[in-house]
Unconditional design. Structure first.
Lengths: 454, 482
């Protein structure tokens, strides 16, 4: 045991993999297993991204892995009814529900739900067995195992996650809600994988909520791959609401075919350390991508958003807006890159990042980047860092609104620009409500949840 | 009639780099290669004091431990640093006292470049320090300037005649360990200009350095140091050209500016190193470290650059805003054509209270070139009420070129306001159409639009330079339209 201090987390994870190889591959479908060996080699080579890596310049990753975490290769038996401990408190929001508990799909009348219109919501491992054609085609098709050590680590260790399949031409109005819960009595490292396939001309709404339900230290390293077929439409809202001891590393990959529409919205309300990677590939003409994000951080929280929009073909458009409010000693970062490839003429790409710094100790770094190789394009980006507009504040005070209330109103208005992009009304109202409470400092968790996790 | 038109068009589109000639002047060179002996040899040739040699050797030892940076958006072929001649100087018997003593070939060269070396050209009102290959050829107007206490001379002379000043300020803004090319320059720099403006003096004329690479297989490593003491003002110009050669030549310079209380320094560059031919063969690698320090309260440093030359440009004129209320601005037009590559921009480091900075960068890319803006705006914790505005526009002429923006904003102070905006587009068909229907040819229309686009920056240049820059813009982009 004395040796342990000299082993780096990278070596530790590699040997953990080698020692438990049987356990990892046993019971895991071949589709998941066949990428592991290559992935662990990549991870061995790449290790954790360091701050010298431009992509991770403002986030220290390796130190997250130096803490002691339990790692499970099969779901730990926790017997309870999920409804007893967790109730989503969004009134009037009726959803198809999928729950992931500590990185494993939580059975809800079995591991697979098939709706009458053909939509499949399932455990990823189960789906790999039941629908090998679909899962095999899209699984690991986008993940950058060879350039990002964290993604390779996920691919090597992954056991489960959620698989959502929307067949051709199916339009589902009711949102599909995916709730990731962290609940345990020990510190945990969870690495799961989601795969979302929206076939041609289909339409879906996916809501992803991340919650921690017990006050332990968690580290999540999650990869989500999304494939959106021609003429299809997908809206994805991700709400992150975990406690200060949790760390989240998210890697989302979205590929869009011809004339497809995708809107993503990431709302980071709470979490000790949040890193969101979003890569959108516009792979068919006429595709349209929207990426929105809001991060509210206080105390010593750290939020870092990385987005990469790849205009690979002509006539596509993208629009990006990320906003952040940083309080106390919080640190925030934004790195947005737009790549317009040589033949991607008639591209329209816009990007904006606005930040509010509330205290002298808060810090923000932003890197909006354009890399353009085509000439017939309209691209712009803008970034600002500032504070509440003194004149607006004065105006409101002159109308009889107290300084504190006026500040809150202005911050709320600032944040609302992102929230208003959510198209489900009941969800939007609820998010507005959550943001307001968060800004007032009244909220650290969902109201109805009996677990006091933050 | 059409024949004639074709002929004119042909002449215009094929017009080449007009400063590409070589001067046949006897040159003293040392053998190729770089080691401690070479550095000792350079130092000995320049009759430098021991502390200078020590400075060089320390820089060299550090450089050996460093690796060439790869983060820029550039494709740099491997450079063999042992295959470069680090010292080349036009041979001469004694230091020229008057113009008559300068080698007539040299004088002819500078005349050809349009550099007013002759003192009778008083009207131009520009004092020039001309640097050919590694050494300063002639500094004009020294005596006139000396009357006001202004020191303007070559670096070699400054080290001999004003060792205290040089020692005090040299490398105080760009330390030898700063980066790979700065370390290399600190080890082997051969000459450059030194300028000191005493307290309360407003420099009566524009000071100018003209850099010229002439000899083959050499690298040029010069160093400029400008110190503006309290309440002084100086405007400084820099121009560069080089002959056309098939092989690439390295230029790694350092410029340091120090502005004390209430001082103002305006530094303008028209960089027109040989950019290589149409197929991207040859050209200068321009890897330059330029940095200013607003050390005193209310000081001001302004960088203006027009970058049209060089095969590869790697250059970030920056400013450290240390004094309270200090102000810095950066205006840049960077043009790349054919296979040129440019990664250029600025850094503004806000340390003092109420510091302000403004960045206006205009990139124009044509042909197969790549043009990147890379900039950092950093506001430190104590920089209360710091203010920055950055605007970076890119214009693309052609579908094979690239334009990129890589801004970094790092803010640690809540009372500061930092804004950045960037756009990328091409010249609109409607704009061309409008000009066409008013009787302007497409070529003229593009020229007009580009000049308008770059005007904000060109306006910041001293008059003589602005005219030259406008012409340069036209020449650089000829043949890239249509």
């Amino acid at each position: 045991m004395t040796q342990k201090t000299t082993i780096s987390p990278r070596e530790e994870l590699v040997s953990l993999y080698l020692e438990n190889l049987d356990m990892i591959t046993e019971g895991s479908p071949d589709i998941l297993n066949r990428f592991r060996e290559e992935a662990i080699q990549h991870f061995k080579l790449l290790g954790f991204p360091s701050v010298k890596n431009e992509k991770y310049k403002y986030s220290k990753i390796e130190s997250l892995f130096t803490k002691d975490y339990e790692k499970y290769f099969a779901p730990k038996k926790i017997s309870f009814r999920i409804e007893d401990i967790f109730r989503c408190d969004i009134p009037e929001l009726d959803t198809h529900l999928a729950v992931v508990l500590n990185g494993f799909y939580f059975p809800n009348n079995g591991l697979t739900t098939k709706l009458p219109n053909g939509i499949i919501i399932s455990s990823l491992a189960e789906a790999a067995r039941n629908y090998p054609d679909i899962v095999g085609k899209y699984y690991n098709a986008q993940a950058e195992n060879d350039t990002d050590g964290l993604v390779a680590l996920n691919t090597a260790f992954v056991q489960d996650g959620v698989f959502i399949y929307v067949p051709k031409g199916v339009v589902e109005e009711k949102p599909i809600q995916l709730i990731n819960l962290l609940l345990s009595t020990e510190n945990q490292l969870v690495q799961y994988r989601n795969l979302i396939v929206v076939e041609e001309s289909a339409q879906a709404n996916v809501l992803i909520c991340d919650h921690s339900l017990s006050p332990m230290q968690y580290l999540s390293n999650v990869v989500t791959e999304v494939h959106v077929g021609a003429n299809a439409s997908l809206e994805m809202v991700k709400m992150q609401n975990e406690h200060n001891d949790s760390a989240q590393l998210n890697h989302s990959y979205i590929v869009q075919e011809r004339d497809s529409h995708v809107k993503t919205n990431v709302l980071s309300l709470h979490g000790g350390f949040i890193r969101n990677n979003l890569k959108m590939l516009l792979n068919g003409e006429g595709a349209d991508a929207h990426a929105y994000g809001l991060y509210l951080a206080d105390r010593s929280q750290h939020t870092d958003n990385y987005t990469y929009i790849d205009h690979a073909v002509p006539n596509c458009s993208s629009n990006e807006l990320y906003k952040g409010i940083l309080d106390d000693q919080a640190t925030g970062a934004f790195f947005g890159k737009i790549l317009v490839r040589q033949d991607a003429q008639k591209t329209q790409a816009y990007q904006a990042n606005n930040n509010l710094l509330l205290t002298a100790d808060a810090k923000v770094s932003t890197k909006p980047q354009l890399e353009i190789y085509a000439d017939d394009v309209k691209c712009s980006h803008g970034a600002t860092v500032g504070q509440i507009d003194r004149e607006a504040l004065f105006y409101m005070q002159s109308r009889g609104i107290g300084e504190h209330e006026a500040t809150l109103l202005l911050m709320f208005g600032f944040a609302h620009e992102v929230v208003k992009q959510v198209s489900i009304e009941s969800l939007r109202d609820r998010l507005d409500d959550l943001v307001e409470k968060r800004l007032r400092g009244e909220l650290s968790r969902c109201n109805n949840c009996p677990m006091n996790c933050c | 009639m059409t024949d004639e038109q074709d002929k004119i068009l042909d002449e215009v589109t094929n017009s080449e780099y007009k400063y590409g000639f070589v001067t046949d002047v006897e040159t003293e060179m040392i053998p190729k290669g770089l080691n401690e002996d070479v550095i000792r040899m350079i130092s000995k040739k320049k009759e430098e004091p021991d502390w200078m040699l020590e400075f060089r050797l320390n820089a060299f030892r550090h450089w050996q431990k460093m690796e060439m940076p790869t983060w820029a958006h550039l494709t740099i072929p491997e450079i063999n640093y042992q295959d470069i001649i680090y010292y080349a100087a036009p041979k001469r018997k004694a230091a020229p006292g008057s113009l008559d003593e300068i080698d007539p070939e040299l004088k002819a060269t500078f005349d050809k470049l349009g550099i007013p070396l002759e003192e009778q050209k008083m009207l131009t009102g520009v004092a020039v320090d001309a640097v050919m290959d590694s050494t300063s050829v002639k500094t004009t107007f020294r005596e006139t300037l000396a009357e006001q206490g202004i020191i303007f001379c070559s670096m070699t002379e400054a080290i001999k005649e004003h060792p205290d000043l040089v020692r005090k300020y040299l490398a105080s803004v760009v330390p030898p360990t700063d980066n790979f090319f700065a370390a290399l320059n600190s080890a082997v720099f051969s000459d450059g200009s030194f300028c000191y403006i005493p307290k309360g003096v407003r420099c009566p004329m524009e000071l100018s350095t003209y850099f010229r690479i002439n000899a083959a297989n050499t690298g040029q490593f010069e160093r400029t140091l400008i110190v503006a003491d309290d309440d002084s003002y100086v405007s400084y110009l820099e121009g560069c050209t080089a002959p056309m050669r098939d092989e690439n030549q390295l230029h790694a310079a350092i410029v340091e500016i120090i502005a004390m209380e209430n001082a103002e320094v305006k530094y303008s560059t028209v960089q027109n190193w040989y950019p290589g031919d149409k197929n991207g063969k040859g050209g200068i690698y321009n890897f330059v470290t330029k940095r200013g320090m607003c050390r005193g309260k209310n000081s001001k440093i302004s960088w203006t650059q027009v970058e049209t030359g060089s095969a590869i440009t790697w250059k970030y004129p920056s400013c450290i805003l240390l004094g309270d209320n200090s102000y810095s601005e950066f205006y840049s037009v960077a043009v790349t054509n054919n296979y040129q590559q440019a990664d250029t921009g600025t850094k503004m480091i806000h340390i003092g209270k109420n510091t302000r900075s403004r960045i206006v960068s205009k990139g124009i890319s044509a042909g197969f070139s790549n043009n990147s803006y890379r900039g950092l705006v950093k506001v430190l914790k104590g920089a209360e009420n710091a203010r920055n505005f950055s605007q970076c526009d890119s214009l693309l002429l052609g579908d094979k070129c690239g334009a990129h923006t890589f801004p970094y904003l790092e803010v640690e102070n809540p009372s500061s306001i930092v804004e950045h905006e960037a756009t990328t587009s091409k010249i609109g068909e409607d704009q061309i159409f409008y000009c066409n229907q008013r009787g302007l040819s497409t070529e003229d229309a593009v020229g007009l639009i580009i000049n308008g686009y770059a005007k904000e920056v060109l306006n910041k240049l001293p008059m003589e330079f602005a005219v030259e820059a406008q012409k340069l813009l036209q020449i650089s982009l000829e043949g890239s339209v249509g």
